[in-house]
Design a protein around this ligand. Structure first.
Ligand code: 6PG
Length: 248
């Protein structure tokens, strides 16, 4: 399925467009099922979006029915500057009154990333009632993702065997030594591709080559870049600023 591509002049208008789309999905999800399940992206780009959700959409979003999860996490404490939880907490969660039970961080306080991954998977199975709900994988209303310059997304890196994982829903992986935190926990592609909606939020000229290759839809990009393997059968939207879209 060809993704929808939305190009905005710069990070602010990009975040504004994405925030509006998140709000629309949230509203529809709560109307339909009484809740909105959102998996947050890590890194830095989504910080602007999260800030906008906590300000311009503070009184519009159905926060009391919104459940926040993470698409991936670094195996660090929740107070570490490397923590994706901390980034979302500082830019959004701390500014809102979301019920604590609606916040589902990846449990990096456990003794190992493998234990964190297993525990998180058990939590997802329970929350989405997979055993008796007829679903094989958790079905998030929306998964937010970023794009690395090497085509990674979440903590799914090129060449990692986890890309072919058919059973696991959450996995402990190791990023290459070029990353400050190598030990990671990530949703697998099976879970990401089961989502009702997936948004990529991509900003900056450094990503224009890999974004173009992926969005051109070439076969080899689908074998090479994890972000190109994100092919949900439902809605996929790429939000790009002009630089990432190669329009500058
Ligand atoms: C992480 C993210 C990762 C991120 C990309 C893009 O834990 O780092 O999940 O996949 O989204 O690396 O990061 P930026 O948005 O900071 O460029």
């Amino acid at each position: 399925m060809k993704p929808e591509i939305r190009i905005c002049p710069e990070i602010d208008s990009l975040s504004r467009a994405a925030a509006k789309a998140v709000f629309e999905i949230a509203t529809a999800a709560v109307l339909q099922s009484g809740r909105f399940t959102l998996a947050l992206a890590g890194g830095n780009t989504p910080r602007h979006l999260y800030g906008m959700l906590a300000s311009e959409y503070r009184d519009k979003m159905p926060w009391h029915s919104t459940h926040l999860f993470w698409s991936d996490e670094r195996n660090v404490s929740k107070t570490s500057p490397e923590s994706n939880f901390k980034m979302a907490h500082d830019s959004m969660i701390s500014k809102l009154s979301i019920p604590p039970q609606n916040i589902h961080p990846i449990p990096t306080e456990l003794e190992s990333p493998e234990s964190a991954a297993q525990t998180y998977e058990e939590h997802l199975r329970d929350f989405f009632q997979l055993e008796n709900g007829g679903l094989k994988y958790p079905k998030f209303d929306l998964v937010l993702l970023g794009l690395g310059e090497d085509g990674h997304t979440a903590s799914l890196f090129p060449g990692d065997p986890i890309l072919n994982e058919k059973e696991k829903q959450v996995a402990a992986v190791n990023a290459s030594s070029k990353y400050k935190t190598q030990e990671r926990i990530t949703l697998t592609l099976r879970v990401i591709n089961s989502a009702e909606n997936v948004f990529f939020i991509v900003s900056g000229g450094k990503k224009k080559e890999v974004a173009k290759t992926i969005l051109d839809g070439s076969e080899d990009s689908r074998e090479k870049y994890p972000a190109a393997m994100v092919q949900p059968k439902d809605a996929l939207v790429w939000f790009l600023d002009a630089e990432a879209a190669g329009e500058h």
